[in-house]
Design a protein around this ligand. Structure first.
Ligand code: ATP
Ligand code: MG
Length: 310
């Protein structure tokens, strides 16, 4: 979408995008948890999901959490699409958790591509700032703004990058994930050069890996530096690959720490064996380390943003 013209956009100082050009590495999980982490600390937080897929980590659609705005639905990416189409401010679902508002992603976000492409000949690269403009009227209300982003979609990545001050890049250890970093690095450089000179890579992390695979981790860290620059700060925390608690928590629309809080009252395997409970009622023990690792990762990302801001 970008051309040679210059156009400046001022991003909110507290807006961070969780992004990398590869699908399935944990972007949405980290973004939802980061937003919930800040909100739980009493910070007014907005999560904006610039993704064509609504993972609903926070149970907005499946469990009806949050206060929906009056008027047409904002679920499934419709609110995000409409704000850009009608050039109006974003309208979030409010209080999905105390202090946490969300602009949900979903199918309608995919329709933005045709809309922006149609506007491009008339409006030039200013179309890439459409999301930044829709966010601007409400940005000052929030202490923290977190963007989830779409993989393998340059236009949507650029749209979110133009609205952010910081980019945090999670990756897995496989080659396809490393190649995905190349893609976000390219979009990052384009947006920074042509639209948003304040944009900065705030750090990166290895996500969903065996925490004891230290040799592999140092190899991946070297790759990250190569793709994102030698001074890219790395989060020391590696969130482990723990599929069952991660998938179960999402199905229940709960964050890892909310799901872990159910552990003391959870049904046990012997209840399932005795026919008193279903397997789905058993909260796996491994949710505890997963919740602790995710909390520490969020704390590190927060520290990296604070350090970069000073
Ligand atoms: N620590 C973890 N261990 C194992 N599985 C995980 C972990 N965290 C998240 N997952 C699961 O991995 C899958 C991909 O995660 P997620 O949706 O966050 O990735 P994504 O990068 O946003 O994907 P997409 O590019 O499709 O939007 C999901 O099923 C999620 O529940
Ligand atoms: Mg996602």
């Amino acid at each position: 979408m970008l051309s040679d013209t210059k156009d400046f956009v001022e991003p909110p100082p507290n807006a961070v995008m969780i992004g990398t050009g590869k699908g399935g590495v944990g972007k949405s999980t980290i973004a939802a948890h980061k937003a919930a982490w800040h909100a739980a600390r009493g910070e007014r937080t907005l999560l904006v999901c610039v993704t064509g897929q609504d993972d609903d980590d926070l149970g907005i659609e499946r469990f009806g959490r949050g206060i929906r705005p009056e008027g047409p639905s904002v679920l499934n990416g419709q609110g995000l699409f409409r704000a850009i189409q009608e050039r109006t401010p974003l309208v979030p679902v409010r209080e999905v958790r105390p202090n946490l508002d969300v602009v949900p992603g979903g199918e309608a976000v995919g329709e933005l591509l045709a809309l922006l492409t149609a506007r491009l000949p008339v409006e030039g690269i200013g179309v890439v700032s459409s999301l930044a403009r829709a966010l601007a009227p409400l940005a000052a209300w929030y202490d923290q703004i977190v963007f989830d982003s779409a993989p393998e979609q340059d236009s949507l990545e650029q749209l979110a990058l133009a609205a952010c001050r910081w980019l945090f890049v999670p990756t897995r250890s496989d080659d396809a994930s490393i190649r995905g970093m190349r893609r976000i690095a390219r979009n990052y450089k384009l947006v920074r050069k042509q639209l948003n000179p304040q944009l900065q890579v705030v750090g990166a992390c290895l996500y969903g890996s065996n925490p004891s695979a230290t040799q592999l981790h140092s190899e991946v860290r070297a790759e990250i530096m190569k793709e994102l620059g030698p001074s890219t700060p790395m989060a020391a925390r590696v969130v482990g690959y723990r599929e069952m608690p991660a998938v179960n928590a999402r199905r229940k629309g709960l964050t890892f720490s909310e799901y872990a809080a159910l552990l003391p009252t959870s049904a046990k395997s012997y209840d399932v064996a005795a026919g008193r409970a279903a397997r789905a009622d058993v909260v796996p023990q491994s949710i505890q380390p997963l919740a602790a690792e995710m909390d520490r990762l969020n704390s590190e990302i927060d520290e990296l943003c604070r350090k970069a801001a000073t």
